[in-house]
Design a protein around this ligand. Structure first.
Ligand code: PEP
Ligand code: MN
Length: 363
């Protein structure tokens, strides 16, 4: 990819000592609400104010945004507070209106990034702009779609680019509204090391209480900034009420976050070490979650065996598992002894679980 050298220069121009913070409501609701939030954000770390003007709702019939009138409320907020303005654009009409209203940051939402047609339409409408354009990850965990959107915008000669990590949809219920899948953002970062990377902890979390932890993880992975939904009356917000925080809380969060500043010469080393360690921690968490899931399935098998009066240990099946894992392990450069030790331990735990199930309520 050409031009990757300059990707970070727009961010550097802000000359901030802390991550770049974009904050504001999920949706602009009334002029009064927009202005109130803007004034409350004025003495926080926020550089820009966000608000959805056109809201992509998963199901029809919900509040779909106030529309173009909201752009005027935002302009007034900028005049009164000096905050930069950010909003989501999802088609050419949105782009034209947001550019006309002189917004500083335009972002492409997760539901748009999945569609190369829409991304191309937006890229064409933005052609050559010097506005900041941020691309959210697609709703599905597909790195190529995310990369593809970045490439389409680069081809449209948009220089002030960045990406926003907002997590990925899963059918299965998890602790998150959108599963972070940090590895996908890390992979994108290694493909475009100079592309500014933002975290949207609000849409990952879907709730308020884990926003701080998500932000700290992101800083440890060298993210450049945040986009955080912030509202003057979060519980009564017209969209995404459960995840919005007060401007006062935003201030506490940005003050408490550890931005690791070390001696100049050790900075690069420490940053790299922190990034790698955080990656290891995230993988360890995934390992535990996967083993937990595996054990739940083993429990179900235990019940099935109990109902059908079948013995726990079935040597043939176990040998097959070991054989398959050894073959896969070889591809990952893992020794046979290691694979055997790990899977014996896992198998042992499964047997113990199943044993407990079979010996429970024996009658
Ligand atoms: C939003 O930022 O309010 C939004 C709709 O986000 P996403 O595109 O990540 O769902
Ligand atoms: Mn939202």
């Amino acid at each position: 990819m050409e031009n990757t050298k300059n990707l970070r220069s727009w961010l550097k121009a802000f000359n901030l000592e802390h991550p770049l913070v974009i904050a504001g409501p999920c949706s602009a609701e009334t002029e009064e609400q927009v202005l109130k939030i803007a004034h409350q954000l004025k003495d926080s770390d926020a550089t820009a104010m966000r608000a959805g003007i056109w809201k992509p709702r998963t199901r029809p019939g919900n509040f779909e945004g106030v529309g173009a009138i909201g752009l005027k409320w935002m302009q007034r907020a900028k005049q009164e507070t000096g905050l930069l303005l950010a909003t989501e654009v999802a088609n050419k009409n949105h782009v034209d209106l947001a550019l006309e209203a002189d917004f500083d940051i335009l972002w492409i939402g997760a539901r748009s990034t999945v569609s190369p047609f829409i991304v191309q339409e937006i890229a064409d409408a933005l052609k050559g702009t010097d506005k900041i354009v941020l691309v959210k990850n697609p709703v599905n965990p597909d790195l190529s779609l995310w990369l593809g959107a970045v490439e389409r915008l680069q081809s449209a000669d948009i220089k002030n680019l960045g990406v926003i990590h907002r997590g990925f949809s899963t059918y299965e219920k998890t602790n998150f509204r959108n599963n972070p899948e940090w590895q996908i953002a890390i992979d994108l970062q290694s493909r475009f090391p100079d592309l500014p990377l933002f975290l949207d902890p609000s849409h990952i979390a879907g709730r308020r209480d884990i926003i701080f932890d998500l932000c700290q993880t992101a800083l440890d992975l060298n993210y450049d900034g945040f986009i955080i939904e912030t509202h003057n009356d979060p519980d009564n917000a017209w969209s995404d009420a459960a995840q919005q925080i007060l401007p006062k809380r935003l201030k506490e969060i940005t003050e408490e976050l550890k931005i690791r500043k070390e001696k100049e010469e050790s900075l690069a080393f420490n940053n790299k070490l922190n990034t790698l360690r955080t990656q290891i921690d995230l993988i360890d968490m995934q390992l535990i979650a996967s083993m937990g899931k595996r054990m739940k399935i083993a429990d179900e098998i235990g019940l099935l065996k109990k109902e059908n009066n079948v013995a726990i240990l079935q040597a043939q099946r176990w040998n097959k598992i070991l054989e398959r894992m050894n073959a896969l392990g070889k591809e990952e450069h893992l020794s046979e002894q290691f694979i055997e030790r790990v899977f014996k331990a896992i198998h042992q735990e499964s047997i113990e679980h199943q044993h407990n199930i079979l010996s429970k309520n024996k009658h």
